[in-house]
Design a protein around this ligand. Structure first.
Ligand SMILES: C[S@@+](CC[C@H](N)C(=O)[O-])C[C@H]1O[C@@H](n2cnc3c(N)ncnc32)[C@H](O)[C@@H]1O
Length: 284
């Protein structure tokens, strides 16, 4: 036991995360240590390794353990319209302003990005919101909802778009009928919704170069909380660069932008954590 405390210290954890980055190609070095430690303990328990050093040896002997570890370190809890107040405020504060700006500037593209989309609940919720808000005006716009994540397993399920009755139970019968089809025990996302969402792999912490530009609205919800301050700053910088002006950033309810970002974004709703990037010209 004494051994375990000595060996499972912060330095050994750094070494372990460095190894996971170098040999396993998964970068969790800038994630908050509390979550990493708790999740790692589960892998130690599951594999029977008693110390981080023993676990490192195990990674060498069984490289497939890298994937299991990465899967355990990414928390994929999500839900449709996960934060109803946020979605309500996006409908009220973002969409009317954005659509009227597009009209005034004769722009047809509406570009959204769900940056940590898990099993697809968030991008499909965004698409439902857009479809409901636009109604028959939907055909006036080219809608793209980009949805990215680092979990290939989650992306695969998101693409399949099949959900259990419990997962979609908060939707009204009208929404269900409009966007889902009963399939066996569960529900499948209809193609009219599915075609709006473009799923792909993207690691938010691996590069400063955004995969998309000129985005009208970015959802970066419940991922920053897992990252250390410095990494949060880097991710937010990248998201800022990829926003159009005006452009909207939506964070998770318990998340806030870092200090340097707070000065560059206008807060539209404190509780819903909705921010706007404004252009030089004050046209909004
Ligand atoms: C708690 S879920 C949040 C899902 C959704 N945004 C929501 O608010 O319900 C966190 C997601 O972030 C993903 N994730 C973790 N690290 C990531 C990274 N570096 N780049 C992209 N996605 C990441 C996980 O795989 C997981 O699907």
């Amino acid at each position: 036991m004494g051994n375990m405390i000595v060996e499972n210290d912060a330095t050994t954890l750094d070494l372990l995360l460095e190894k996971v980055y170098r040999d396993g190609k998964h970068d969790f070095r800038g994630y908050k240590r509390g979550t990493v430690t708790r999740r790692l303990e589960r892998r130690l328990h599951a594999t029977g390794a008693k110390t981080y050093l023993e676990y490192m040896q195990l990674l060498d002997a069984y490289p497939e353990e890298y994937e299991r570890l990465a899967d355990d370190l990414t928390i994929k809890v999500s839900g449709f319209i996960r934060s109803p107040y946020t979605f309500q405020q996006v409908m009220k504060l973002v969409l009317p302003e954005l659509v009227s700006y597009k009209r005034d500037h004769r722009q047809r593209d509406l570009r959204f990005w769900s940056t940590a989309c898990a099993r697809g609940e968030e991008p499909y919720s965004i698409s439902i919101l857009l479809a409901e808000f636009l109604g028959h005006r939907r055909r006036d716009f080219n809608i793209s909802v980009y949805a990215t994540d680092i979990s290939r397993h989650a992306l695969h399920e998101a693409q399949a778009g099949r959900y259990s009755p419990q997962e979609i139970e908060d939707f009204s019968p009208t929404i269900l009928e409009s966007y889902f089809t009963r399939q066996g025990e569960g529900y499948a996302v209809d193609s009219n919704l599915r075609q709006l969402v473009d799923f792909s792999y993207f690691n938010l912490v691996s590069t400063k170069i955004p995969p998309f530009m000129n985005l009208d609205c970015i959802f970066c919800c419940n991922i920053l909380i897992y990252l250390q301050k410095q990494l949060q700053e880097r991710v937010l910088d990248m998201l800022y660069d990829s926003l159009a002006t005006p452009g909207y950033l939506v964070l998770g309810e318990v998340e806030t932008p870092t200090d340097n970002m707070r000065d560059r974004l206008e807060l539209l709703d404190t509780k819903a954590k909705i921010y706007r990037k404004n252009g030089g010209g004050n046209d909004i």
